[in-house]
Write a protein that binds this ligand. Structure first.
Ligand code: SF4
Length: 670
């Protein structure tokens, strides 16, 4: 039985190396690569079942042309040739009549491969089309806040936790999104190292933590400042490190910290005073404290300020200066590959950019020219974007020609004129670099494309030829494209020969010392002149969420599901069943005050719409919060998808999404 070493391409920080066992052209078993130090021989409970995903009876097998109203999901099979003819003739017509900006095309993050994703985006750049500013529904706020504080550089290596003497999981549900870091943490805990979990929800890791702080949503910056206040009070700062490697702490100490007394911090965060003191005591005593920062704490109005303040904390004790200490948000900036070789092979230096978060508004309102043709790969914005109803309104436009390339019939694909069957990662070659570890790796396909599925790579190159593009990347094989990614690359990746990487073994570019800062000052910036220039508070602080109008409705908390971390897993019936029906979780006190009981169908509603889910009554969240795990398509819910309730407003930094600045009411579903 052939065994293929490849890479899990799901949108997940771990980026596991996996072994796919193949029998008679089918993937029959998947396991984690035992030779990969971080994967450590196990794949997560979701990907163990990707055999079902690849061979799912729900896979699209042929190109389809819409035969019913947009959104209804009625299609007729057509040949690839007919589909490509129709796509190219529509694109040529739209571009001739309205110019290339009338076409918006993109591939997003359901497939993490640099080739399949990058080359598709390169096609539309070379054509001079409107481009998507991706990431704004996910990480752009967090990344901007990190960059302005630490710099455009990766954080601590997750493998360095073997040298950590305190581990803090801050707004990161490790069992859902970072299981291999959890495994490394468990080893440290066996050696007596304490784990603190700061999360509004009693997650699986919170249940077993040495200290769980069920923080009020959006008050993490206040907690970080409260801890700094106690460290100053108790003389537990590393003044030498602060003087040499940070900028502006003295001003923060004078002007901000006096307001964040333990009592004030407890009142803002909803945490017991004693627990705040315990956290500060442990943090002050540690030399190599490691904070895993989750993106979730950036997804509300002041999300950038919130995340930036937490990222400053390791500077106070000097933990950033020691291997094993510091903070990890993401590692992607540690791979300085020549991405533009694929993403911008030719075309204009600048073009019209559409914020992913505002896709609905752009489809409905943009003029000069309006978007008349849309191509989407590896993305399901009709479920995952905020303002989901607005997106669907735009997708329903009769004069919009939409193409969706996906392995499954998604809610978005139901609005398409042409749907094209896409391969999964197990059916295509690609090159990967992680965003939660420092590994990069070439992954071979394990089996032939199923049905008539095509990879993004094949589709892009075919469309490029038909559209008359002659850039060499549109004729190159995946191994040749890997060489392009390394041509003119900079930084740590240049230590590797791309040809040698084609054997499929993972290599690490992980830093071995303390944190390097790439801010304008070259230091950790407690005071940011960049933020001051943008009219934002230059120093860390906290204020109540200005999006809250002061009523007593419930605050929404959306998190990844343990078996449905995002919609790319919804094509797997086994995982859907493991996750259970799409549900909302209320604290018993909130359920009782509304006369609601466990298991009944409930309506989540606000001024933007309503969604029907099953109610679970649990004390895993605090009163005042409604938790909705997983992003589930309408077909599984009693009606709608939870992101319909979220506005498309911007965060304070990075023009990101404010999913957690959503207030709503829960009532019986009638
Ligand atoms: S933990 Fe993440 S990277 Fe690893 S197998 Fe699961 S989804 Fe893939």
């Amino acid at each position: 039985m052939p065994t293929i070493r490849t890479v899990c391409a799901h949108d997940c920080p771990d980026m596991c190396s996996i072994l796919a066992h193949v029998e008679n052209g089918r993937v029959v078993r998947i396991e984690g690569d035992p030779d990969h130090p971080f994967t450590a021989g196990f794949a997560c409970g979701k990907v163990n079942r990707d055999t079902d995903l690849v061979h799912s009876p729900e896979r699209l097998t042929t190109p389809l042309r819409r035969s019913g109203p947009k959104g209804e999901g009625r299609f007729t099979p057509i040949t690839w040739d007919a589909a490509l003819d129709e796509i190219v003739s529509n694109w040529e017509r739209v571009m001739a009549e309205s110019g290339p900006l009338a076409l918006l095309g993109y591939a997003y993050s359901a497939h993490q491969g640099q080739i399949n994703r990058g080359l598709t985006n390169g096609l539309f750049h070379a054509l001079g089309c409107s481009r998507l500013r991706g990431g704004t529904v996910c990480d752009s706020c967090a990344d901007a806040a990190w960059a302005v504080t630490v710099g455009d550089i990766g954080g601590a290596d997750p493998q360095s936790v073997h040298a950590s003497d305190l581990i803090v999981s801050w707004s990161s549900d490790l069992h859902a999104t970072n299981v291999h870091l959890w495994a490394a943490i468990e080893k440290r805990r066996a050696a007596g190292v304490k784990l603190v979990v700061i999360d509004p929800r009693r997650t699986r890791s919170a249940r077993v933590a040495d200290l769980w702080l069920p923080i009020r949503i959006g008050t993490d910056s206040a907690l970080a400042l409260g801890v700094m206040h106690i460290l100053v009070r108790d003389g537990r700062l590393d003044r030498d490190y602060l003087a040499r490697h940070t900028l502006g702490f003295d001003q923060v100490e004078r002007e901000v910290l006096p307001r964040f007394t333990p009592e004030a911090t407890a009142a803002i965060t909803g945490l017991p005073l004693a627990d705040i003191e315990t956290l500060a005591n442990w943090y002050g005593a540690a030399k190599t404290s490691f904070i895993r920062i989750g993106f979730g704490l950036s997804r509300f109005t002041d999300g950038g300020q919130n995340l930036r303040t937490v990222a400053l904390l390791p500077g106070v004790t000097g933990a950033y200066g020691r291997y094993g200490g510091g903070a990890l948000l993401a590692t992607a900036a540690g791979f300085e590959l020549n991405y533009n070789a694929l993403r911008k092979p030719s075309g204009p230096a600048e073009t019209r950019t559409i914020n992913h978060l505002k896709l609905g508004q752009a489809l409905r309102e943009l003029n000069d020219p309006p978007i008349r043709a849309l191509f989407i790969a590896a993305n399901n914005p009709a479920v995952t974007n905020p303002d989901t109803a607005g997106i669907r309104g735009g997708l329903a436009r009769a004069d919009l020609f939409t193409v969706v390339h996906d392995p499954f019939m998604t809610e978005t694909a139901k609005f398409a004129d042409i749907v094209l069957p896409a391969t999964t990662y197990l059916e295509t070659d690609d090159f990967y670099r992680a965003y939660g570890t420092y590994y990069m790796q070439y992954g071979q396909r394990a089996v032939q494309p199923q049905g008539e599925a095509w990879s993004n790579h094949r589709l892009t190159q075919t469309l490029a030829a038909r559209m008359g593009l002659t850039d060499p990347v549109f004729q190159m094989s995946p191994p040749e494209l890997v060489k392009e990614l390394f041509r003119d690359a900079t930084g740590a990746v240049t230590a590797f020969d791309p040809t040698a990487l084609l054997d499929g073994k993972a290599v690490s570019v992980g830093p071995q010392g303390g944190q390097v800062f790439r801010t304008p000052s070259g230091k950790l910036e407690f005071y940011s002149a960049t933020l001051a220039k943008q009219g934002l508070p230059p120093m860390p602080d906290w204020r109540p969420d200005p999006a809250h109008v002061g009523d007593d409705r419930l605050r929404l908390l959306t998190t990844p599901g343990y078996f449905q971390s995002h919609t790319a897993f919804s094509g797997n019936a086994f995982l859907r069943e493991r996750e259970g029906p799409p549900h909302a979780v209320l604290h018993p006190a909130d359920a009782a005050s509304r006369g609601l009981t466990d298991g009944q169908r409930v309506r989540l509603s606000n001024e933007r719409g309503e969604v029907g889910l099953v109610l679970r009554v649990r004390d895993e969240i605090q009163p005042g919060v409604v938790l909705v795990p997983g992003q589930r398509p309408d077909s599984e819910t009693a009606g709608g998808t939870v992101n319909m309730l979220c506005a498309d407003d911007y965060t304070d930094m990075g023009e990101g999404a404010t999913y957690q600045s959503t207030w709503l009411e829960v009532s019986a579903w009638t």
